[in-house]
Design a protein around this ligand. Structure first.
Ligand SMILES: [Zn+2]
Ligand SMILES: [Zn+2]
Length: 221
């Protein structure tokens, strides 16, 4: 017997059928009731960014495509209330053990990218010191996925305090830690994809040096 990492109720050792479907054979540490609150991206989603329920390009992708940018993003979960709660606990309350919950799904979702170099979206030094860990590398570590910390981030205003337009127009805050010998295929990994602004900024840095194949991934969209 063990307790659910999210709601603390005692869990049966045996997994239910739906837990097996949802999580595979791994021990996620989360009970059936909590699992049921997360929603995977629907079959019908934006072909560019995986936004759930969209027929064709979503509003955000329309914007990026009109700017001559490409979007090649994959995500696993919808950013619903349960996911918001999860990130609130994991990121802002520093509940570090929660990095493990989605490790198996992330590992599985990244299998098709075995020939890509995984580059996590970084935190600024200030934010890193405040939080004590990077939530993206935390999940990658839990999933035992190797990655390269090639991006750095300068301190800036918190994204959540800005409007959608402000976020879309954000100035470059990322920088390349080391510009020499970048591989052709790079997969940028973030925790949440909101408008795509963050990932577009990071992508732009890599595109500047040469025509790289850059795809992006997030746990939630
Ligand atoms: Zn639970
Ligand atoms: Zn889209």
């Amino acid at each position: 017997m063990s307790n659910c990492l999210l709601c603390d109720q005692t869990m049966k050792t045996r997994q239910t059928f739906s837990e097996l479907i949802f999580f595979g054979k791994s021990q996620s540490g989360v009970c059936h009731d909590c699992l049921a609150t997360f929603e995977k991206i629907a079959e019908q989603h934006c072909p560019h960014c995986f936004k759930s329920g969209e027929v064709g390009s979503c509003k955000d992708c329309h914007y990026w495509l009109s700017q001559g940018k490409s979007v090649s993003h994959t995500a696993i979960f919808q950013y619903n209330e349960a996911m918001a709660d999860y990130f609130s606990r994991y990121k802002f309350q520093g509940d570090n053990i929660l990095r493990k919950i989605f490790a198996e799904q992330v590992k599985k979702a990244l299998e098709p990218y075995s020939d890509y170099t995984i580059v996590p979206i970084p935190l600024s030094q200030e934010r890193l010191e405040e939080r004590g860990f990077n939530q993206v590398t935390g999940i990658l570590d839990a999933a035992r996925i190797p990655y390269k910390e090639w991006l750095g981030k300068r301190d800036s205003q918190k994204q959540s305090s800005k409007s959608r337009e402000e976020r879309l127009a954000t100035e470059q805050t990322f920088y390349l830690v080391d510009e020499k010998s970048l591989p052709e295929k790079i997969l940028l990994v973030d925790d949440i994809y909101t408008t795509g602004a963050t990932i577009q900024l990071a992508t732009r840095l890599f595109m500047k040096t040469s025509q790289k194949e850059i795809k992006t991934f997030s746990l939630a969209r």
